[in-house]
Design a protein. Structure first.
Length: 159
């Protein structure tokens, strides 16, 4: 699965995945694996180099990029565990700008945006809706509830 060319000569479907803390969530991995299983795909994961307002104020851009790099590596490793080949980049701190930058070098057929549930997502309302308005391809929204996934894992381990 993952990066491959189609046997009918058509180019593979290109999927841009944008995720921050949710990069290794099971719901996102399952969504990407299902898309990769449907035929040849090229998958690019972008992790925005997000910074807290306090860290931004103190110009901690290097720290933000280092944290994004670690998240990206976790994401690519998790996808490999699902037999999905993917490449990745660290993106701009603004997720919409990160998408625009990625599309400049990776023209995607669709965008998959992963966020926390609405109560915990900082950019769910404006970001996903705005992405649907701005970019000329379908935008799929995947909600990853890491706390619920951890509870399920803890329950399985304890049983």
């Amino acid at each position: 699965m993952g990066i491959a060319s189609r046997t009918d000569g058509a180019p593979p479907r290109r999927i841009l995945v944008v995720a921050n803390e949710t990069v290794a969530g099971r719901a996102l991995r399952a969504e990407i694996a299902a898309r990769a299983a449907s035929g040849p795909t090229e998958i690019r994961v972008v992790c925005p180099a997000l910074n807290s307002p306090l860290r931004h104020w103190f110009s901690d851009e290097d720290g933000a990029r280092a944290r994004a790099s670690a998240r990206l590596e976790r994401s690519l490793t998790a996808l490999r565990e699902e037999d999905v080949a993917a490449t990745g980049d660290i993106g701009d701190a603004d997720p919409l700008q990160a998408i625009a930058d990625a599309l400049a070098t990776f023209p995607a057929d669709e965008i998959v945006i992963s966020t926390h549930p609405p109560a915990r997502s900082n950019w769910l309302e404006k970001g996903v809706l705005r992405a649907r308005e701005l970019f000329g391809c379908p935008v799929v929204h995947v909600v990853v509830d890491l706390e619920r996934e951890a509870e399920r894992t803890d329950g399985l381990v304890a049983a």
